[in-house]
Design a binder for this molecule. Sequence first.
Ligand SMILES: Cc1ncc(COP(=O)(O)O)c(C=O)c1O
Length: 361
Amino acid sequence: MGERVYNFSAGPSMLPVEVMKRAAGGMLDYEGSGMSVMEMSHRSKPFEKIIQDAEANLRTLLGIPDGYDVLFVQGGATLVFAMIPLNLMTGSGKADFLITGQWAEKAYKEAAKFGDARAAASSKGQNFSFIPKVPADEFRADADYVHITWNNTIYGTKYPAVPDTKGLTLVTDMSSSILSEEVDVSKFGCIYAGAQKNIGPAGLSIIIIKKELVGRAKADIPTYLDLKVHADNGSLYNTPPAWCIYIAGEVFKYLLEGGGIGAIEQVNKRKAGKLYGYIDGSRLYMAPSAKEDRSLMNVVFVTGDEGLDKKFVAEAKGEGLVQLNGHRSIGGMRASIYNAMPEEGVDKLIDFMKRFEAANA
Ligand SMILES: Cc1ncc(COP(=O)(O)O)c(C=O)c1O
């Protein structure tokens, strides 16, 4: 077997080695069942325990109050972009969006197919380098909800605090930051995330939603898109992404064993702090995101010279530091340092950056 690399991909991204070892151990015979979780009926006793434990452990990790449902669904965050308006934009039919990146824009455009979606603010004119501060009275008082993207994977920004929406339901896409820092779930009507960054393999999305918001979908939408169908059936209306749920559950256990979200948040702050600290002090690199809105998960930086950026990415790869290229739409570099990126990987990256700077600045 070759050596494992430090994979700075924005997603799918690194998973904890311990979790993959555990999963490998049960690959042919999961806990004496004589089969893999991949081969197991989703109605079987062992799988019932897997999904129930996964939900319970996620509730513990995030402090999810009892008045919220936790749903495991397929289709990625992209399908949730449609599920949210189809389920929630059903009162006044209006929703306000904060456009802080391409994913936020996609969520907005999807909602606009189904109702009166409005962009309340956007940082597009400044290349999404910051999070617009929007006074609460900018939102339409009769909006069914306000939608934000907590962490902007492509641009390396995140909300420094929960925005005030004057009591309007707040819905957030947390695909690239869920489980990375403490959040007060009670401030949100709905939090959703695709799994393939901090949760597990691609193919699963998690929707955490206030129970009172479930059951508002119009009758004519596809069955799978009605959140009530999933809530009423414990995410087992149809065959769920069983293997993904199993791995997610193992990731949740692993995080709990490590001290929970408070503990991983400290590590994440230290990892990101080191990297931004070095970038800010260097003569070669620059991080374009506003300092107060910097992401802990996606550290975006450039040299200012496209050719040099490409050389950086290629040489880093040669040292086992892979997937450091920025998103194809903006170029430059991006180090995605999700929960499973060991601190040692960040130290190795900084060491490489120093040597590259000495040779090229
Ligand atoms: C913030 C955010 N939202 C949504 C998506 C789209 O997720 P999916 O590919 O699961 O549909 C991504 C993907 O990277 C993302 O980073």
